[in-house]
Design a protein around this ligand. Structure first.
Ligand code: MF3
Ligand code: CO
Ligand code: CO
Length: 258
């Protein structure tokens, strides 16, 4: 069931998104060689709680931490660990969800650790571009297939592949609501987008093949061929005007369009 949000509810999700942006920007600044993923997790949890929010991932279906920290060939759901030390040249995807006054915000980014290869730089850039290609399609009257198609097309055009086993999702009072937001699809097909929809759009893009395996911890997903992967996610709302507002990117306007 898809729950549409009214402008008052979207305003509350905007508040959650603003805090999440501050948290993730702080975590990004802490990324450097020698830091453990557990330290990033502790930092995120501290900042979330300081802002009177709750880390949604902590204890979610038994997940033990406040962020997911996925390095190199890890795609999503990497569990932070004090023994997992960032090395120069790594790329790390940080995914965080928080709950503020009953409303969720969900966002992820991938960053390089120190100097990274040109190909890794390209992967991160293209993954962010895939997000923007997709979110530009999130206008009233378009369909979810338009969104997925735009994302996947851009990945392919750059020689990369789109992860198919995880998707974006509706979001609101729950972290995961209907509909599933596929990162591939057929233009003109799928659910029609409406005012009041709030979605997490989150392309996950691999340098090589998109097939995944899950680690023995039951969480961490990595590419079978060990090709590196990037992730970029924002929570968006389709507003009364019929256009997407990026709730986890406060101040963004389409006038200064990417
Ligand atoms: N933030 C993730 C998403 O984008 C979900 C987190 S899974 C958890 O949907 F187990 F870490 F909570
Ligand atoms: Co997320
Ligand atoms: Co999400």
């Amino acid at each position: 069931m898809i729950s549409l949000k009214n402008p008052t509810q979207i305003a509350r999700m905007r508040d959650a998104g603003k805090i999440l942006r501050e948290v993730e920007d702080e975590v990004r600044l802490a990324i450097r060689p020698g830091v453990s993923t557990a330290e990033l997790d502790e930092l995120a949890e501290k900042l979330i709680r300081r802002n009177h929010a709750i880390p949604s991932s902590l204890h979610y279906e038994g997940y033990p931490c406040s962020i997911c920290a996925s390095i190199n060939d890890e795609v999503v759901h990497g569990i932070p660990n004090p023994k997992r030390i960032l090395q120069e040249g790594d790329i790390i995807s940080v995914d965080c969800t928080l709950l503020l006054d009953g409303w969720q915000a969900d966002s992820a980014f991938t960053a390089g650790v120190g100097q990274i290869s040109g190909e890794a730089e390209k992967l991160i850039r293209v993954t962010e571009e895939c997000f923007w290609k997709g979110v530009r399609e999130c206008v009233v009257g378009n369909r979810l297939g338009d969104v997925g198609y735009a994302i996947d097309r851009h990945a392919r055009m750059n020689g990369f592949s789109t992860i198919r086993e995880f998707t974006g999702h509706g979001i609101g009072r729950e972290m995961h609501e209907d509909p599933a937001v596929y990162n591939f699809g057929d233009p003109g097909r799928g659910l029609r987008l409406r005012r009041g929809m709030t979605l997490a759009v989150e392309p996950m893009i691999a340098m090589g093949d998109w097939h995944l395996t899950i680690d023995d911890d039951g969480w961490c997903a990595r590419t079978k061929d060990h090709s590196w992967c990037a992730h970029y996610e924002h929570t968006i709302a389709i507003t009364e005007e019929g256009y997407p507002e990026i709730l986890t990117l406060p101040g963004f306007t389409w006038e200064a369009e990417k």
